[in-house]
Design a protein around this ligand. Structure first.
Ligand code: E4P
Length: 215
């Protein structure tokens, strides 16, 4: 399973790649707006830093304008993955970008059939927002499980990207289901390697080592 970081915060990305292998970055207009920088200046910097796929999202909603914006975004850096909304216009643009071999991440997916249509439109990856489904009392992970089964039934190459991750259990469940990619916030990526017994065990080992030195 590939691990992406879900942030537009340059210093968070820098801190995480110094410690863990990271396979990509996902951003969205909300995350970009929190940085106070423009997408045009920020995305190339992130791409240069990580040298991995970086999703950059369109904000146009009408097909022709969205297509032009998508082309501009893809020119920002060779590692840009154009993020498109799961709408009629978004899927139409997805097909056009597929013809040009521009990678895409179809976002805001909340059902297996939406995911199927995104895959059939040539999406490189499809982002299923599990946290937002859980928020409305639906099972985000069931949508992921059903999507994986459908993609396997038809040998679809689109990668299933689990997004809107709120906690470690979402990541564990994704790995158990065989998800291709998870994208998680900085905080959750750090939490997954932590365990109280690791801290207690290390403390005891250090105490033993110090006691030995005193002898
Ligand atoms: C995915 O690419 C999105 O940026 C993200 O996971 C959205 O998550 P949220 O529901 O926490 O906003």
């Amino acid at each position: 399973m590939k691990f992406f970081i879900d942030t537009a915060n340059f210093s968070e990305i820098k801190k995480i790649i110094d410690v863990f292998p990271i396979d990509g970055v996902t951003t969205n207009p909300t995350l970009i707006s929190q940085t106070g920088e423009s997408i045009q200046s920020l995305i190339p910097k992130i791409c240069e830093l990580v040298q991995k796929p970086v999703s950059a999202e369109v904000i146009e909603t009408e097909k022709d304008k969205m297509y032009q914006e998508a082309l501009q975004l893809s020119k920002l850096h060779k590692n840009v993955v154009v993020k498109l909304p799961l709408t009629k216009d978004g899927l139409a643009v997805c097909r056009l970008l597929k013809e040009k071999e521009i990678p895409t991440n179809v976002t805001l997916c909340f059902s297996p059939l939406q995911a199927l249509r995104a895959a059939q439109s040539g999406a490189t990856m499809v982002s299923i927002f599990v946290g937002r489904l859980d928020d409305i009392d639906q099972s985000g992970m069931q949508v992921v499980a059903d999507t994986l089964e459908i993609f396997s039934n038809y040998s679809l190459k689109t990668e299933v990207l689990v997004a809107s991750i709120r906690h470690q259990k979402h990541i564990l469940d994704s790995a158990l289901l065989g998800t291709d990619i998870v994208t998680a916030p900085y905080k959750v990526l750090n939490q997954i390697i932590q365990h109280p017994l690791t801290d207690i065990g290390l403390k005891k080992f250090l105490e033993s080592a110090q006691a030995l030195q005193k002898k």
